[in-house]
Design a protein around this ligand. Structure first.
Ligand SMILES: N[C@@H](CCC(=O)N[C@@H](CS)C(=O)NCC(=O)O)C(=O)O
Length: 206
């Protein structure tokens, strides 16, 4: 059985728990909660497994590792309907997954994390939170514009891109973002959470 090192409160980790649950892939879960200066991820033993000292991290049965949430999503999605068969739709799925890491996570997730985690108290200044609100709203506006045109981000079908962007969008209000002004996103969040075998961020395997 694979082992997943994941942070229960983190959206990046949630992406992986979600796809594993949806595909009914059994896994052993090692919870690595953030406590500010997380000892576990900073240990030499963990850094040998993942030099970036971050979770999520998958350990395969043969002792190999895979990190980066979106790479892990694509690994498990391969050969499933979560990767579009149409070439352009598949490229659009990647487009949204790159967007998630380049535009969305660094603003929407970062602002929520600054407000949530105690060791980030010093990052709650107007100089930091103001630009994050602005860039996060821009990212949400980009999603809104797409979701006014298509039911899912890559097009007509649910894909790994929807998993990647659901993780931090569904909890964006924790970062002070107003989702009510983004009705197409709200409708999409419902479509995503209505997918068969969808689980919430709190879900962990027994
Ligand atoms: N780009 C990476 C980001 C991973 C990341 O930032 N992980 C954070 C949680 S969201 C983490 O491991 N924090 C714990 C720590 O730094 O000790 C991914 O998508 O997997």
């Amino acid at each position: 059985m694979i082992t997943l090192y994941s942070m229960p409160s983190s959206g990046n980790s949630y992406k992986v728990r979600l796809i594993l649950a949806m595909l009914e892939i059994p896994f052993k879960h090692i919870g690595v909660e953030y406590d500010g200066g997380n000892e576990f991820t900073k240990s030499d033993e963990f850094k040998r497994k993942n030099p970036t000292a971050k979770v999520p991290l998958v350990e395969f049965e043969d002792g190999q590792f895979l990190s980066e949430s979106n790479a892990i999503l694509l690994y498990f999605a391969e050969g499933t309907p979560f990767i579009p068969s149409d070439k352009l739709e598949r490229a659009r799925m990647w487009q949204w997954m790159f967007f998630e890491q380049n535009f969305h996570e660094g603003s929407v997730a970062t602002r929520a994390a600054n407000l949530k985690y105690k060791d980030r108290e010093h990052l709650r200044t107007p100089e930091i939170l103001g630009p994050l609100l602005e860039s996060g709203n821009k990212a949400l506006d980009v999603m809104e514009a797409q979701l006014l045109k298509t039911p899912f981000l890559a097009g007509q079908n649910y894909s790994a891109a929807d998993i990647a962007l659901y993780a931090y969008t569904h909890s964006a209000e924790q970062g002070g973002f107003d989702l009510k002004s983004h009705p197409a996103i709200l409708a999409w969040l419902k479509r995503v959470s209505d997918q068969p075998k969808h689980v919430t961020l709190e879900w962990l395997p027994e």
